[in-house]
Design a protein around this ligand. Sequence first.
Ligand SMILES: Cc1cc2nc3c(=O)[nH]c(=O)nc-3n(C[C@H](O)[C@H](O)[C@H](O)COP(=O)(O)O)c2cc1C
Length: 197
Amino acid sequence: MTQFNDLSSLPRYLASRRSGRPRDMIAPGPDAAQMREIVRMALRTPDHGKLNPWRVVHVASDQRDAFAEKLTAAYRAEKPEAGRLEIEAMESFARQAPELLVVLYSPRESSKIPLWEQQLSAGAFVMNLLHAVHAHGFVGGWITGWPSYSDAVRDMFGSAPEQIAGFVFIGTAGQALEERPRPELDAVLSAWDPAKD
Ligand SMILES: Cc1cc2nc3c(=O)[nH]c(=O)nc-3n(C[C@H](O)[C@H](O)[C@H](O)COP(=O)(O)O)c2cc1C
């Protein structure tokens, strides 16, 4: 059986990294001190121009009901015809996993650094956050979905032109992680052909 997130060495970890599924996560999650260390580790993210075009909002466990309430209200406002199942899906989204970090992409629009590079840095930041979660022995999952694309939800955590880069749910895997197909190496890695133009 494959061991995922093998922390016995850094290469083994990187070769076995696997996200968890937020809805399968159970306690424990990181405590307050661990959570700060996790975010501190993610500060070491490549960032052209030292702009840190990203920031993190922690939704505390006792705030999940409030988040569920506001999320379902935002969903109903945008989709007044929403049925019970859709509303329940939003409630489950808000309440899953022991811990939740909302990562915001905070573009520095006046900077000379292209926004594309700032977006790349935001993605790298979330990836580093996941690594830091795993380095602490927990499992993380990066998801987006409808809440990430709603301005009303974004406004619960930040303001325009910020965007939600993702919801990072954190906890302990409640079910054995399963392998996920990966691309063939040679479909991704090729040798440059100087004749190509
Ligand atoms: C920007 C971004 C958004 C994602 N949003 C979702 C999502 O909404 N739902 C989902 O099931 N997986 C989503 N994923 C995929 C998971 O984060 C995860 O990568 C996937 O389940 C595979 O697991 P792995 O990280 O072990 O490869 C997203 C990934 C990225 C990069």
